[in-house]
Write a protein that binds this ligand. Structure first.
Ligand SMILES: Nc1ncnc2c1ncn2[C@@H]1O[C@H](COP(=O)(O)OP(=O)(O)O)[C@@H](O)[C@H]1O
Ligand SMILES: [Mg+2]
Length: 270
């Protein structure tokens, strides 16, 4: 029934619910969250502009989680008196936190809504709530980096071939391939524009995504593979904060070193 409503087949719906069950179970276990916090606090210790609270292990149990209190305000409070420089800095920190987590740590904070971030007056970012963390293997991350690089470069053939390999396109129907490519082109747009301001006058990403949305119902063979669901949810959450912050950057220059490094690593070249 649910499969029918979602226009997806049973196996795909089961896969999604299994994944939700696993993540929910982890989220209810504070030992798990404390271990995640320690991992990320350590990883970001020397990254300027990004903070993760340290835990106090002697005061933690499976039901009590004790950590440092981070300074900073929620996004909307921060926006009330942040100057341009602080907004840009906060946005770059947000974007950088995503790239570091996905491409270097291969472990992603998977609950990317504004309530889980704090912003200090200079744009320093505090990340909270590591109950839900998704880990990726280096081959998936490298393939996703390849999709991003070829998609940005406009190489339709290679991009679609990679998406087939990842399980994102499961038919030869040219209509399906065409639609998926349209989505890639929309997502690639900020990375092609030189400097691009999220939420600026040129930013019609939300509108364009909304417009092509209904057409996906016709093609159940276009799928979002399990790992990619997390990536895109995180991208969506971060992008909506970047819009509020009106961050302008050369997104291609920012992301490329992370993509290249991830590809090299999976090929055993570093
Ligand atoms: N270490 C911290 N420092 C400062 N504020 C925090 C900290 N941890 C949580 N908070 C505040 O508590 C709120 C809820 O915490 P969070 O870890 O996101 O729990 P939940 O699982 O209920 O979303 C956050 O939005 C933030 O305002
Ligand atoms: Mg939260």
């Amino acid at each position: 029934m649910t499969g029918k409503i979602l226009q997806r087949d049973r196996a795909e719906v089961d896969m999604i619910f299994d994944e939700i069950r696993e993540r929910l179970e982890e989220e209810l276990d504070y030992y798990n969250e404390a271990a995640n916090l320690n991992f990320f606090a350590n990883a970001f210790r020397d990254v300027p502009g990004i903070r993760v609270p340290a835990t106090h292990p002697s005061l933690c149990t499976g039901r009590v989680l004790t950590m440092d209190r981070l300074p900073g305000k929620p996004l909307e409070e921060f926006l009330k008196d942040a100057d341009e420089r602080a907004r840009q800095q906060a946005g770059l920190n947000l974007a950088r936190s995503f790239f570091v987590m996905v491409y270097e740590l291969r472990a992603l904070h998977a609950d990317p809504h504004a309530g889980n971030y704090l912003f200090e007056p200079d744009g320093t970012l505090g990340i909270l709530d590591f109950g839900c963390v998704k880990r990726f293997d280096e081959y998936f991350v490298a393939d996703y980096a390849r999709v991003a690089e070829h998609g940005i470069a406009g190489d339709k053939h290679t991009t679609l071939q990679l998406l087939r390999k990842l399980g994102g396109l499961c038919s030869e129907d040219p209509g399906a391939a065409e639609l998926l490519w349209e989505l890639v082109e929309i997502m690639a747009m900020p990375f092609r524009a030189g400097k691009f301001m999220a939420g600026g006058p040129e930013d019609d990403l939300q509108e364009r995504t909304r417009n092509i949305g209904p057409r996906f119902l016709r093609y159940p063979e276009i799928r979002t593979p399990r790992d990619m669901i997390y990536l895109h949810r995180a991208l969506g959450g971060i992008y909506s904060m970047l819009r509020r912050l009106q961050v302008s950057a050369n997104w291609r220059a920012l992301s490329r070193p992370y993509h290249e490094q991830a590809i090299k690593r999976a090929e055993g070249r570093v």
